[in-house]
Design a protein around this ligand. Structure first.
Ligand code: SF4
Length: 366
């Protein structure tokens, strides 16, 4: 750490804040108070932290800073979905995005309020269907930059719908398990009783199938849910649309998931984008049912938001119906998820890509 630079208190985990206070000769419980001011009360000026002694506030004002993600743009869909683009500051990197997806009951009262957060600026995994994959990888987000998306969206949800966020999915820009430490630290910030106090059971982290990291989650007894971005029912098709599958194929994924289930006894969710005449046949459904039988799991069949310049297209309704019938015949529990916010490019990376960006690193072949 550069000692001439003020320390960003927001970048410290709860434990690191306590340690920082101890190192400065300040009682460690002041770290709890600082954490609560920043992450629960959303106060970003130490002068306003009224339960801290005045002398401490003054010295912290000289030696520390408290940052916040800066909003570049907010867009609202007619279906209630709200999308925020945040500046990422350095190296002229593109903005990242977070999306609020509210569900309403029949009377129009808000029910589940899900926020989808980003974990990296861009992504290097180059999945053929993904707008973020097209921009390449720029950098990892820090833990506070991930948690701050949730906090800011919580404020937007309360102001817009009178209800805070209830669920978080790590399914925005980036591959969360390629930024493991920041992702797990951000979950700690979000779930802290001195923060948003969201249960880890309401948090889902998704991955393209990084087997080593899935095994680490098993070892660490990660308290959040795991989703696998599967999108194809066999290695041949997965190789075509997800370059990672060439080095980490379905057998590597199976081995990691079996270990995960052995350790945590928790089912996983498979995310399966349904593409027209690519992965939506009766035979595809049969192969998918074999994968689903590896460990207890459920399946989300997602109707794709078509992306400019991508050949794969959303499956037609009659093919969806046949596919669902075939899955049901094989005893697979599956739910169809309709895309939301089509009118505001709410699919992963789509709004950011329209904002104009240069190209980052990618494992995809040109
Ligand atoms: S789908 Fe996920 S892993 Fe694949 S390119 Fe997009 S952000 Fe990266």
């Amino acid at each position: 750490m550069d000692s001439s630079q003020p320390i960003n208190l927001k970048a410290l985990t709860h434990q690191e804040l306590r340690d920082y206070c101890s190192e400065q000769g300040i009682p460690s419980y002041r770290g709890d108070q600082l954490f609560q001011w920043m992450w629960q009360k959303e106060i970003h000026d130490v002068h306003d932290m009224l339960n801290l002694p005045k002398s401490l506030r003054e010295s912290l004002a000289h030696t520390t800073t408290i940052t916040q993600l800066e909003r570049r743009k907010e867009t609202r869909s007619k279906d209630g979905t709200i999308k925020l683009l945040f500046e990422t500051g350095r190296d002229q990197s593109p903005p990242v995005e977070a999306v609020l997806i509210p569900d309403f009951d029949q009377d129009g009262s808000p029910q589940r309020m899900t926020v989808c957060v980003s974990s990296q600026v861009g992504c290097m995994f180059g999945c053929a269907f993904c707008a973020t994959g097209k921009m390449g990888y720029f950098r990892n987000l820090e833990a506070w930059e991930i948690a701050d998306q949730a906090v800011q969206m919580n404020r937007v949800a309360i102001d817009s719908y009178g209800k805070g966020i209830t669920n978080i999915v790590y399914m925005g820009m980036g591959e969360p398990l390629h930024n493991m430490k920041a992702v797990t630290d951000s979950v700690g910030m979000i779930t802290s009783p001195l923060g948003l106090e969201l249960s880890p059971k309401r948090i889902t982290v998704s991955t393209v199938g990084l087997s080593k990291q899935i095994k680490q989650l098993a070892e660490q007894k990660a308290p959040f849910n795991l989703a696998i971005s599967l999108h194809a029912p066999n290695d041949g098709k997965r190789d075509q649309i997800m370059p990672i599958n060439e080095s980490l194929d379905l057998s590597a994924l199976r081995e990691a998931l079996e270990l995960y289930y052995q350790s945590l006894q928790k089912p996983v969710t498979y995310e399966y984008l349904l593409f027209d005449e690519f992965n939506d046949s009766i035979e595809d459904a049969r192969e998918l049912s074999e994968i689903v039988s590896w460990i207890p799991s459920k399946v989300n069949i997602i109707m794709y938001n078509n992306v400019l310049g991508v050949e794969l297209k959303r499956a037609r309704e009659h093919r969806l119906d046949t596919f669902m019938q075939a899955l049901s015949k094989h005893g697979v529990r599956a739910t169809v998820r309709r895309s939301r916010g089509d009118d505001i490019d709410a699919g992963c990376g789509q709004l950011a890509i329209r904002e104009g960006i240069s190209k980052g690193k990618s494992i995809a072949k040109a």
